[in-house]
Ligand binder design. Structure first.
Ligand code: UT7
Length: 335
């Protein structure tokens, strides 16, 4: 029997209106545009403002836009997976809330938390449901309101993160396009370098945890940087070797946008040029689960059917991995 492949057949994104500039950050903490630009590549990030607004509001906007541009009725969706580290609440899953807000009623939904690699883990999981032959339309949405867990008195983390969501429609195909392979890895011993100390079952919320600012991101930047640089490059080079992809045959590397220096080091190791790499970190910062969908959304009109694309991510956990796919359609889908 012919193998079913899973193809991305539509992509949409959402970024909130408010733009937090390096200049504004320099009035909040002891930092400056020069430091942020040279160390991270970030100039601006978007922040979700408004009482009662959460990750699901951005995710639902991305999903509604995706349904519209792909002419898909909400009832056609079989499964929706949300990757996030900033769920609206501990439970129910933010995927349930996004689906409700987007009018999706005939599907099941769940969240995946693998920090910044959640987006590629979730895409691989979505692809496997499609490849099983039992599911016809699956949505993966990566959404994070990072501003809800960023300490805006900590200059080492507050300059990095932004809020956004991106959603993809995944469908079966028998053509020579779609998701071809994935390599995913994790190492839980890396958790000491990047985590949120309180709010879970080990240290539930208390007055003390709030006073100690333990509900915010804790990151040992240099330690994470070292692992991210080597692991993201290793797994991308491994994917190229495994599929005999020469640098000039790769249309795009779509890397997680954590730090411009990590992205550039990965591209160098892969032997590819800067114009083969999607980079928008300067506008959005690190939006955790949304960086890769946001890139594909922004570059959608330049993509061609059959383009060789490698997605790569590294994140808290530690978690990391890469996906090799052939893009499934030409240009932008109808708006
Ligand atoms: O997406 C999830 C995975 N996360 C990542 O991949 C993040 C990986 N890490 C990084 O991107 C980088 O380590 C950071 C951007 C977080 C930090 O850059 P760095 O080049 O590693 O800086 P550093 O932590 O070594 O700090 C260098 C100096 C320090 O001052 P001293 O000790 O040399 O006097 C910091 O206190 O820069 C200082 N510093 C700042 N100065 C101005 C740290 N943050 C800032 C700031 N503005 N915002």
């Amino acid at each position: 029997m012919q193998k079913i492949r899973a193809a991305i057949t539509g992509i949409h994104g959402y970024v909130p209106d408010y733009i937090l500039t390096n200049q504004e950050l320099s009035t909040m903490v002891d930092t400056n545009d020069e430091w942020i630009t040279t160390r991270t590549g970030i100039k601006t990030r978007h922040i979700l403002k408004g009482e009662g607004k959460g990750t699901s509001d951005m995710g639902a906007e991305a999903v509604k836009g995706l349904l519209k541009k792909t002419n898909t009725h909400p009832d056609e969706i079989d499964l929706l997976i949300c990757a996030t580290v900033t769920p609206d609440m501990q439970f129910p899953a933010t995927a349930n809330i996004i689906a409700d807000k987007a009018g999706i009623k005939n599907a099941f939904h769940f969240d995946m938390n693998a920090a910044c690699s959640g987006q590629i883990y979730a895409l691989t999981t979505a692809a496997m449901y499609i490849e099983s032959g039992n599911y016809k339309k699956v949505i993966f949405v990566g959404a994070d309101k990072m501003s809800s867990i960023v300490d805006y008195t900590d200059r080492t983390t507050c300059v990095i993160f932004g809020d956004a969501a991106g959603a993809m429609l995944i469908e079966p195909t028998f053509e020579d396009v779609g998701i071809i392979d994935s390599i995913h890895q994790s190492d839980g011993s890396g958790r000491i370098h990047l985590h949120q100390k309180a709010g879970g079952s080990v240290k539930p919320a208390s007055h003390e945890t709030v006073d100690a600012r333990e509900h915010f991101i804790y990151q040992e930047g240099q330690a994470v940087f070292k692992f991210a640089v080597s692991r993201m490059a290793d797994v991308s080079v491994e994917m190229m070797k495994k599929h005999n992809i020469r640098p000039e045959e790769l249309a795009w590397l779509v890397p997680h946008q954590a730090n411009l220096r990590i992205i550039e080091a990965t591209a160098r190791r892969m032997g590819i040029n800067k114009d083969q790499v999607m980079i928008n970190i300067q506008k959005y910062g690190n939006t955790t689960s949304a960086t890769i969908p946001l890139c594909l959304w922004e570059w959608e009109d330049q993509l061609k059917k059959g383009d060789n694309i490698i997605l790569a991510a590294f994140g808290g956990g530690f978690t990391w991995g890469s996906i090799y796919l052939k893009w499934a359609y030409d240009g932008k889908r109808n708006q």
